[in-house]
Design a protein around this ligand. Structure first.
Ligand SMILES: [Zn+2]
Ligand SMILES: [Zn+2]
Length: 343
């Protein structure tokens, strides 16, 4: 059967198309996508006319599946292995990697260029992954084996929302035991921040969202309070002026605001410098929680199996690939925590 994928071919034009997938080259793996979460970043890519990716773009970046073939020189992976695809593998060569900080890698390995539109044009996969498709090809470092016991519909969330949320707490902010935490925006990433804060042993976890349904969900995932209050860490999962300024305003002395959400281009916020100074506030930017797929995915998967991390509760809907449009709508309307497409 022909391969298919969801393609942004021109500004505002998205469709399910037949695509061509080449065999993997050296150091690459061909993965059959069994499950892929529908994340806000895909919506962002559509709204920002590619968000820096060259059109046509193959959407999707939160996938898990089965290795079908490996290229020359690939060690430790073989056909039949179940994997989660990571969009933030480290290159090992840039300045950050060389000084031993692969989590700050500036140049994750590029997409191999094995994906084409039916007519032959090269597809740019979102964040080097392209998982809204029946199959994709990624660098071997981006395919991380997962335990057999973890259902693939849950495992795929580790690839973006869960890694981003949990690792923003544990790696970017390094939240300490007993800390007070606020989470602004309680979608899938926000709920993962809440779970990360719970795992870190935060004493107080405040959920903030305009949608009552999300606050209720937040409590189920570990929020202890709803609404504003002074905190040591405030996570802005939305990325708008109002939410970021709110995050800063909630900080207690010595507090840290963490920007996670993607802002629309041109978005600006105001800083009250004397107040920032008086509070000795810290501002951090989280790129996907500075996660490192090879290190973090196995531990997140293990926490899920141990019952420490609730992935099952986050998958509120599964649907076939051609239901992508409904899935994006449901996400925008807040009707789901996560829809997982099963190509
Ligand atoms: Zn690097
Ligand atoms: Zn994402």
């Amino acid at each position: 059967m022909a391969d298919r994928g969801i393609v942004l071919s021109a500004p505002g034009r998205v469709a399910l198309e037949e695509i061509a997938v080449d065999a993997p080259g050296p150091g690459e793996v061909l993965v059959r996508i069994d499950a892929t979460g529908v994340c806000h970043s895909d919506q962002h890519v559509i709204e920002e006319d590619g968000w820096g990716h060259r059109l046509p773009v193959l959407l999707g970046h939160e996938g898990a599946g089965t290795v079908e073939a490996i290229g020359e020189g690939v060690d430790g992976l073989g056909a039949g292995d179940r994997v989660v695809i990571g969009w933030k593998a480290a290159c090992g060569e840039c300045a950050a990697c060389r000084r031993g900080e692969p989590r700050r890698c500036r140049r994750p390995p590029a997409a191999p260029g094995r994906l084409h539109r039916d007519g032959g044009a090269d597809l740019t996969p979102v964040l080097r992954t392209g998982t809204f498709a029946t199959r994709t090809v990624v660098p071997a470092a981006a395919a991380v084996r997962l335990p057999d016991e973890l259902p693939v519909e849950q495992a795929c969330l580790i690839g973006c929302a869960v890694a981003t949320g949990v690792m923003s707490v544990l790696e970017t902010a390094k939240v300490w035991e007993g800390a007070r935490v606020a989470v602004i925006g309680c979608g899938a990433v926000g709920l993962s921040v809440i779970q990360g804060a719970r795992i870190a042993g935060a004493a107080e976890i405040r959920a903030i969202d305009l949608d009552e349904r999300k606050l209720e969900q937040a409590r189920r995932f570990g929020a202890t309070d709803v609404g504003e209050g002074p905190v040591d860490f405030a996570f802005d999962v939305v990325g708008r002026r109002a939410t970021f300024e709110l995050a800063l305003s909630l900080l207690a002395s010595g507090g840290t605001a963490v920007l996670i959400g993607l802002s629309p281009s041109g978005e600006k916020a105001e800083l009250d410098l004397p107040r920032l100074f008086a509070k000795r506030a810290t501002i951090l930017v989280s790129h996907g929680g500075d996660h490192l797929p090879q290190e973090d995915f196995p531990r997140l998967a293990q926490w899920a199996l141990d019952g420490k991390l609730d992935l099952a509760g986050m998958v509120t809907r599964t649907a076939p690939l051609d239901a992508w449009d409904d899935a994006l709508h449901a996400m925008r309307d807040g009707d789901v925590i996560r829809t997982v497409l099963t190509p």
